[in-house]
Ligand binder design. Structure first.
Ligand SMILES: NC(=O)c1ccc[n+]([C@@H]2O[C@H](COP(=O)([O-])OP(=O)(O)OC[C@H]3O[C@@H](n4cnc5c(N)ncnc54)[C@H](O)[C@@H]3O)[C@@H](O)[C@H]2O)c1
Length: 339
């Protein structure tokens, strides 16, 4: 069986926690080359037991010298476009972390390059591979709660640095391109548009409420999906606890995915002619068996060596990026933005 020659660009937290272990555990991949300008990240990768055949400081040099079957791009956001386009030009399938870019022009350049060179790019929208989200999507497609009229997502944690990220780029506007909204809102925009449909308009407020940083640490977005469905998203980097998840309301019921409780529940009901109300509660899923990052990587690796499109590609990446950029514009101008 053919083994896949893997390159990784950026060997920090997400590379070490998700991408590299999955390639190593797959039994189908060889860790051929890694590029990172930060010696500490390379050392941590080695210390974690992952040995690449070759290490580089510069990903351009890595892409020039190595023959690769796939590349993961796990750098700070500002380098995503350069790294992705450089890999695409060499016809290498890419797993690109979110957000695909920090501005529209870069996003469009990646899309154009992928189209021109006919290269498949998967975007790291890991929530799509969350077992709860997959099961809920199937229920929605079956119209289990009828036509949706409201969706809300809250994704929040205590912030990426210190604690998670290996370097402090998340709080640097030039390297990150935005704060909590671009980091976590981008997942929420992907998920809510997957569950409902593409946004038609939004209004947003981003703010730096608590952290002494130059990017937003909290954001709230009011979403419109045409005339008959609304939604709201809240994301934050200052929340050690609280609800994290998704709630969807339709004409025949509602669904809640509670990430902390690791459950997804559907409530449907009817009112009998007598006036008696019958409520039916169904636990759709409880206790995740395989984590979203692992399932995301399973998907990517299982599609290597094929021509099958990835479940989540650049179209979704661009849709979410546009929503995030529109949110910053709305917050700046105080105006509703039509998408
Ligand atoms: N999908 C998810 O759930 C998820 C979770 C966390 C992070 N991410 C994304 O992953 C990316 C990396 O985030 P992280 O948390 O791993 O940050 P990190 O700081 O831990 O790692 C980033 C690494 O990239 C390296 N780097 C910087 N410039 C580089 C360059 N020009 N070429 C190669 N490497 C370079 C840094 O030295 C560092 O080792 C971000 O885009 C982030 O949004 C996704």
């Amino acid at each position: 069986m053919k083994r896949f020659r893997i390159g990784v660009i950026g060997s920090g937290a997400i590379a070490q926690a998700c991408h590299i272990p999955a390639y190593a555990a797959s039994g189908k991949c060889d860790l051929v080359a890694v590029a990172d300008p930060e010696p500490r990240s390379l050392q941590q990768t080695r210390d974690a037991g992952f040995r690449f055949k070759k290490e580089y400081r510069d990903f351009h040099e890595m892409l020039q010298r190595e023959t690769l079957d796939a590349v993961s791009i796990c750098t700070p956001n500002a380098f995503h476009a350069d790294a992705a386009i450089s890999a695409i030009r060499r016809k290498i399938p890419v797993l690109l972390e979110k957000p695909i870019a920090t501005n529209r022009a870069d996003g469009q350049a990646i899309v154009a390059a992928a189209r021109k060179h006919k290269v498949r790019v998967m975007v790291g929208f890991s929530h799509r591979f969350n077992e709860h989200c997959e099961i809920v999507k199937r229920e929605l497609d079956k119209q289990a709660i009828g036509k949706l009229y409201m969706g809300r997502i809250r994704f929040a944690h205590g912030g990426p640095f210190p604690g998670w990220a290996k370097t402090d780029w998340f709080y640097n506007p030039k390297l990150a391109g935005g704060g909590a909204l671009l980091d976590m809102g981008i997942h929420a925009f992907d998920l809510i548009q997957w569950f409902i449909r593409p946004l038609t308009a939004l209004q947003a407020k981003t703010a730096t409420l608590r952290k002494p940083i130059k990017v937003d640490d909290n954001a709230v977005i009011l979403c419109e999906f045409g005339k008959d469905c609304l939604g709201y998203i809240e994301v934050g980097w200052t929340s050690p606890s609280g609800f994290s998840g998704v709630e969807l309301m339709g004409d025949k019921g509602s669904i809640i995915i509670d990430y902390a409780a690791d459950t997804s529940t559907m409530v449907t009901g009817i009112t009998k002619p007598s006036g008696e109300r019958i409520k039916e509660t169904t636990v759709l899923h409880a206790k995740t068996k395989r984590g979203a990052w692992k399932r995301e990587m399973d998907h990517f690796i299982s599609h290597l060596g094929t021509r099958k499109p990835f479940a989540v590609g650049l179209e979704a990446g661009m849709l979410s990026l546009q929503a995030a950029l529109a949110s910053y514009e709305s917050s700046r101008t105080g105006k509703r933005v039509i998408l």
